[in-house]
Ligand binder design. Structure first.
Ligand SMILES: C[S@@+](CC[C@H](N)C(=O)[O-])C[C@H]1O[C@@H](n2cnc3c(N)ncnc32)[C@H](O)[C@@H]1O
Length: 855
């Protein structure tokens, strides 16, 4: 079972607890400084003691856990086989090393698998992060963590945050929406699930049609069977739309998700309460679009975040009841909108990192009520899911603490109080939907105990709330209840505001059409919350600076109560998008997504050069510029992503990311050489379809090592012989980009990963077109080697081949920046141009041989 009591007893106090913080730290003091925050808050403690009614001993454990620092946790990600291979390294290489370390007079406890996470792919450890970072004996482990995180094989994610995706029963082929997705740790889990088994399926199909790839045995047997997602030759057909209302945070999301190189993903930037309906093709009548409904939705909503007290220690001083009260209405609106967009039979998860029922059970009950009650929406019983996850049932009765810390038992009590006052006004911020449903209402007997509450003391985690909902049938959502005072302030509906404009007229016609043709019933417009509530919806707790670069090296930060999106106005009707507003944030201009015709000259030229099989779809190539002509990069998307980007163009939908960069333009040494080289992100998708003429197969571990360490190894003047098994093949290969297909010969169990990497052949040398961090991560992972990379192009070329090296340097890869400014910021810089540049400089005599380090 979990790490709760046992290990801590054994260790006499455990990590991060009071003992660790206050005890004499001997020689290691510099590694363990903690901010002095007084971990007390009378109202917080009073409210939860009263609400949870835990037995005394458990109550003490509850508060003690909330006062301790949280364990570090991480998850192995990517395809399951790959994730298991990286996990294996942790177990065989690093854990034995860690168990030899002593710290603070005790043997360090090594990372342990999270007991309830499938396949042992999530881990946690009690050693504080700053000790791992700075205490020298941990350095190899720290390098492993950093390097695998930077290339996307490890995700530093809080343990409780891993729960929601696991309860979604997500299968390949499904369409999924993550409504409040930034910084993206859960979205990454969802995307991995969409791609489960894909690589094995594709290889199987290619093999059937006589392709030259080796089949692989997938760890994911069910998903790897072709019938798991058969309709596109085994390619994943599902889709994730990851959305966040905050523009800057949505770029964190892009950064996080881009590492998964998925053509099946779109990032949008909308207020989830008004998420637009998206058009999709209607095979029966192409002139009338259908509207997308999702198989799965995650609403991991903004919340007051008191479940994160262990991580966000300032909450101890900042906690106030108004934060949760101020978010209730937004949360209900997000959940109602989610349920509207779900397919009948579809499933969704509502989650928060708050323990407050006003953000949890009351939101679930209020949304179900607005959506027609338990006949339409079922709370799914998950008792048999994740059996090793300890949890408490959701509450059926609860009390609400108002802004002034007065606690109310029922709405009736609030109304009675209002009647007894002179002005008859209810205490600010309280609304009926916050309270348990009264006897006789359709939701009075909702099985709210099926909601799941996870408390810090149960398995040494953060606090979390999760509910799984299933939509049983379409419904017409009831309008939000409006108090008379607010009715007067109800804003004009967005379409009225824009009335008279061409766009508004067009949209109105379209909405009317959509309403006629769709059997989906449309929600009435909710109204704005009271002005006062709006003002106070702003988070009372510190927010992570939105400009901060996210999760590549550090755990992605989930901030509680992030800046609420623009105040919700109205959920859109089917077919409706809010009238396009001027983008508020600077730099938020997005380049359009334009698809290239399959018979475009560039696409034909690429297909011809790489001898791409006609089985690979040529009608999903996209570029990001208004001219519609490929200039720098060509992206690839799945068919559904293409349909959505194309059919919703010009409708004001804020798409901000989609597609995997597949080809990048560069200068080429001769007219016969294709100017579009394959980008490493695109390789896993494309390589199986590339003709044997442009493939080099590598089987030996040592040959790959040479290519990883040496940048620009020479091949001219007989030096190709030094490239062992691939020497002759590269000697005979025509110039330009090709696929290096790594198909291990099976002699070495540590070298069994199949890969496809872009390789560039020029007159003089060869080069793997990989970012430096990828090279270094592979060297560490496969060879446990931290040898600095060596640029072979520098020293040896300089004296005798100056002019030629300069030319080659110019011809070598000039990696393009991505086309959108936002992407350019986070994109991995391909290492070759720098090397090429150095070649040039070296040839001119202004730099000497320089070794790159892997630090
Ligand atoms: C709890 S965080 C989500 C964490 C995320 N699911 C993850 O796993 O990394 C809530 C997110 O909701 C976003 N948000 C706040 N109000 C929103 C709204 N009205 N619509 C959509 N997103 C919103 C915030 O910007 C924040 O990124």
């Amino acid at each position: 079972m979990g790490r709760g009591g046992n290990f801590r007893k054994g260790r006499g106090g455990g990590r991060g607890g009071k003992r660790n913080r206050d005890d004499n730290r001997g020689g290691h003091q510099p590694y363990t400084r903690y901010p002095e925050v007084v971990k007390q808050n009378e109202r917080l403690e009073g409210y939860y003691n009263d609400l949870l009614q835990l037995p005394e001993e458990e109550r003490e454990q509850f508060w003690a856990a909330l006062k301790r620092e949280l364990p570090n946790s991480f998850r192995f990600c990517g395809s399951k086989g790959h994730a298991l291979a990286v996990k294996n390294l942790l177990q065989t290489r690093y854990i034995p090393e860690i168990t030899r370390i002593t710290y603070d007079g005790a043997v360090v406890e090594p990372p342990q698998p999270v007991p309830w996470y499938p396949d042992g792919l999530a881990w946690w450890m009690t050693t504080p992060k700053n000790v791992i970072r700075k205490f020298p004996p941990f350095s190899a482990f720290q390098k492993f963590l950093v390097s695998e995180t930077s290339v996307g094989n490890i995700s530093r994610q809080e343990v409780v945050s891993m729960i929601p995706p696991l309860l979604m029963d997500l299968r390949p082929g499904m369409t999924v929406l993550d409504m409040c997705a930034a910084p993206g740790s859960k979205a990454a889990q969802l995307l991995e699930m969409i791609h489960r088994g894909e690589e094995a399926r594709i290889r199987h199909v290619i093999k059937q049609f006589g392709g030259s790839v080796d089949e692989i045995k997938s760890a994911d047997d069910d998903a790897a069977r072709l019938d798991a997602d058969p309709s596109d030759d085994g390619r994943a057909t599902g889709m994730l739309i990851a959305n966040d209302a905050d523009y800057k945070r949505s770029h964190m999301l892009i950064h996080q998700l881009k590492r998964l190189s998925s053509p099946n993903m779109i990032v949008t930037n909308h207020d989830a309460t008004m998420y637009p309906s998206l058009r999709i093709p209607n095979p029966e009548d192409p002139s009338k679009p259908n509207y997308l409904k999702f198989d799965r939705i995650l609403a991991d909503v903004p919340c007051s975040g008191d479940g994160t007290l262990r991580k966000n220690v300032n909450l101890w001083k900042d906690w106030a009841p108004a934060a949760a009260l101020g978010l209730h209405l937004t949360q209900v609106r997000i959940l109602v909108r989610a349920l509207q967009m779900l397919k009948p039979g579809g499933r969704m998860v509502y989650s928060t990192c708050s323990m407050n029922p006003v953000e949890n059970e009351s939101v679930v009950a209020a949304a179900i009520e607005r959506c027609g009650g338990p006949d339409k929406i079922e709370i799914v019983d998950c008792a048999d899911q994740l059996p090793l996850l300890q949890r408490k049932p959701g509450m059926r009765k609860w009390k609400i603490m108002d802004k002034s810390a007065r606690v109310w038992n029922s709405w009736q009590e609030v109304e009675d109080h209002a009647k007894s006052t002179e002005d008859g006004i209810t205490p600010s911020r309280l609304v009926e939907s916050m309270f348990p449903r009264p006897e006789g209402s359709i939701c009075a007997d909702l099985p709210l105990e099926r909601c799941m509450r996870v408390y810090a003391h149960q398995q040494d985690t953060g606090g979390f709330f999760i509910t799984v909902l299933q939509k049983k049938a379409e419904f017409k959502a009831k309008p939000e209840e409006v108090r008379p005072k607010e009715k007067k302030q109800a804003p004009k509906r967005p379409l009225e505001e824009a009335e008279g404009t061409e766009e508004a007229k067009k949209q109105k016609t379209e909405n009317d059409e959509a309403a006629k043709t769709e059997d989906v019933v449309i929600e009435e417009a909710p109204v704005e919350p009271a002005e006062e509530a709006k003002a106070e919806e702003v988070a009372p707790v510190e927010e992570t600076p939105a400009t901060e670069e996210p999760a590549a090296k550090e755990e992605a930060t989930e901030t509680p109560a992030e800046t609420p999106a623009e105040t919700p106005k109205e959920a859109p009707k089917e077919g409706e998008v809010q009238p396009e507003r001027k983008q508020k944030q600077q730099g938020s201009y997005e380049e359009p997504f334009k698809y290239l015709p399959a018979d475009h000259e560039v696409i034909k030229n690429i297909a011809d050069f790489y001898k791409i099989s006609p089985r690979f779809p040529a009608d999903r190539y996209m570029i990001r510029n208004a001219t519609g002509e490929p200039a720098k990069a060509i992206y690839y998307t799945s068919a559904l992503v293409r349909d959505i980007l194309v059919m919703n163009e010009g409708r004001g939908v804020k798409f901000i990311h989609g597609g995997v960069k597949m080809y990048v333009k560069q200068d080429a040494p001769s007219a016969e050489v294709c100017r579009w080289r394959i980008q490493s992100e695109g390789m896993p998708i494309l390589h199986g379809y590339v003709g044997a003429e442009r493939v080099v197969v590598l089987k030996k571990k040592e040959t790959l090592k040479k290519l990883l360490i040496e940048m620009f190894p020479k091949i001219a003047n007989g030096e190709w012989e030094k490239l062992d098994e691939i020497g002759e093949r590269v000697r005979d290969l025509a110039l330009g980009c090709c696929v290096l297909r790594v198909e291990p010969d099976g002699d070495d169990e540590e070298f069994n990963e199949h890969m496809a990497l872009p390789l560039w052949k020029s007159f003089q040398s060869l080069n793997l077109m990989l970012p430096k961090e990828d090279r270094s991560a592979m060297l560490l992972r496969i060879y446990n080697d931290t040898t600095p990379l060596i640029n072979m192009g520098i020293k040896r070329d300089a004296p005798k081949e100056g002019a030629e090296a300069k030319k080659e340097g110019e011809e070598e890869v000039k990696a393009e920046e991505t086309e959108t400014p936002a992407e350019a910021k986070t994109d991995v810089t391909v290492e070759a141009p720098a090397a090429a540049e150095e070649q040039v400089k070296d040839a001119e005599g202004d730099v000497s041989m320089k070794e790159e380090t892997t630090a």
